[in-house]
Design a protein around this ligand. Structure first.
Ligand SMILES: [Zn+2]
Length: 190
């Protein structure tokens, strides 16, 4: 016999019917859950236990995320994930993922630093969640949505199809998403 997920402190059985098993405790003649999990009644042994549900990443392969580029090295860009693109659902703590240089674009890229800079807003697809969160910006809808100047960190404009910093008066290059600059999270969330 099984029952749904239970929270710590939930009363799950009467003490005279069952003995407390793993993940439970007994108090005042009743058995309570000590952990969040699934309740298991063993009627042969007359015990009740709670199988703990481990906290795992809320992300799944195939999810499309929004995040901010952190450190960028020759071989990868780290991304602080702050939400799912489709739903706008955000994560409290923010998970860190990585875009390997081979997963940046369809074409050949020899250096991640040519495509991303610290502070860029990116849309990426989740390709792996364990043992580490791996992201991809292949395909035209993925890549940079807002770019920050590598020198002054100001937002770059998309003037005449090239990224341009007004203050530094210089062009930069990125792996851009097809809707670069048109993207506004506010509009998406309505
Ligand atoms: Zn600048």
């Amino acid at each position: 016999m099984t029952d749904g997920p239970t929270m710590p402190g939930d009363r799950i059985a009467a003490g005279e019917e069952y003995m407390p098993g793993p993940g439970t405790y007994e108090r005042d003649g009743a058995i309570f859950a000590a952990v969040m999990g699934a309740v298991r009644f063993d009627d042969a042994e007359k015990t009740v236990s709670v199988l703990e549900i481990k906290r795992v990443s809320q992300l799944r392969p195939g999810d499309v995320i929004l995040g901010e580029v952190g450190n960028v090295t020759n071989s990868l860009a780290t991304v602080a994930v702050f939400g799912l693109d489709e739903t706008g659902r955000s994560f409290g703590a923010g998970e860190n993922g990585a875009i390997h240089v081979a997963k940046i674009s369809e074409g050949y890229t020899d250096d991640a630093r040519k495509e991303f800079r610290i502070g860029d807003l990116v849309r990426a697809r989740v390709v792996q969640v364990t043992p580490s969160l791996q992201l991809s910006t292949k395909e035209e809808k993925f890549g940079v949505l807002k770019a920050r100047c590598g020198r002054c960190r100001g937002l770059l404009s998309g003037k005449s199809g090239k990224l341009w910093c007004e203050d530094c008066e210089k062009h930069e290059h990125r792996k851009l998403a097809c809707d670069f600059m048109a993207f506004t999270p506010e509009a998406r969330n309505k």
